[in-house]
Structure formats: structure tokens, C-alpha cells
Design a binder for this molecule. Sequence first.
Ligand code: CMX
Length: 136
Amino acid sequence: MNFGKIEHIGIAVKNLEEAKERYTQLLGVSPYKQEEVEREGVITLFYLVGETKIELLAATRLDSAIAKFIEKKGEGIHHIAYQVENIREMIQTLKLQGFEFIYDEPKEGADNKWITFIHPKSCNGVLTELCQEKTS
Ligand code: CMX
């Protein structure tokens, strides 16, 4: 069981409106969705680029992962998300191989997905998301 495509790349930004203008110019398309994920303390904007999405992420709270990331590292690529068909099976498989998950039980993420994350220290400094499309 392998990963499917790279589903999206998450980019941490300070100011969502300014980043929206910039990325709309850069990509030549408007975002297809804006969504707040209250639990994560983020507001997101999604662009479709070919088969992959670009997710702009801005913090809505000081304790949000995005606020902490920007404070420490500045704006930039925050995570890479891979599409999987069966997220629970993939978590079990990768845990047996020693990958450290941030949460073992998938949570509801933005854009109609079940998500979880592998800690960056398990993936050479890259925060890695697994996501499965919700069917209902
Ligand atoms: N990419 C690479 N490295 C990162 C990182 C990121 N996105 N975020 C933190 N790190 C680094 C930290 O700088 C730290 O580095 P050093 O050890 O060199 O200092 C290291 O990872 C470990 O940090 P930590 O103290 O264990 O944890 P943090 O409090 O920095 O939190 C993390 C890091 C990944 C555990 C936390 O951000 C997390 O749980 N993320 C998952 C949820 C999330 O990111 N939600 C927002 C997106 C939601 C969405 O896409 O909808």
C-alpha cells in the first residue's frame, strides 16, 4: 500500500489577505475554498494547481501551530500532505516502521479530509501529513 499523489503543500503565512493577492497573481487562478479549522487555530485558503493543491495557512490564535512555526522559522513551507486510501491502515504500517505520529487517531481536517501528521523529526525535518478523502 503506497501513497497516492501529493495532495497538497501547506504554506504558513502571516497575513492571509496579502498572501491571497500574491498567490492569486502567481498561480493565475483564484482560491476555490476558504475554511477555518477552529480546533487547529488556522484559517486556510486552497488553490488547485494541476492535480495538487496549495494550502495557505494563517493562524487565528497565538497558540496555533502556525503562529509558533512563523515565530520560530518565519513564513514558508509548513507541511507536505500525501493522499492515502486507508489512513488507519497506513498509520499502523508506518508506526511499525518507527514513524512517530502526532496523533494516532485521524481527525477531521480542512477540505473534507481525515488527517494525521508524522512528526518532522521522523521525516528529516519535514512535517508530513497523511490525508484521506471523506466519503460521507
Ligand atoms: N516543519 C518542520 N519542523 C517543524 C515544524 C514544521 N512545520 N513545526 C515545528 N518544527 C520543529 C520545531 O522547530 C522543533 O525543532 P527543534 O527541535 O530543532 O527546535 C521541532 O520541530 C520539534 O518541535 P516540538 O517542540 O516537538 O513541537 P512544536 O511545539 O514546535 O510543534 C509540531 C511541532 C509539528 C508537533 C506541531 O506543530 C503539530 O502538532 N503540528 C500538527 C498540526 C498542525 O500543524 N496543524 C496546522 C495545520 C492544520 C491544517 O493543515 O489544516
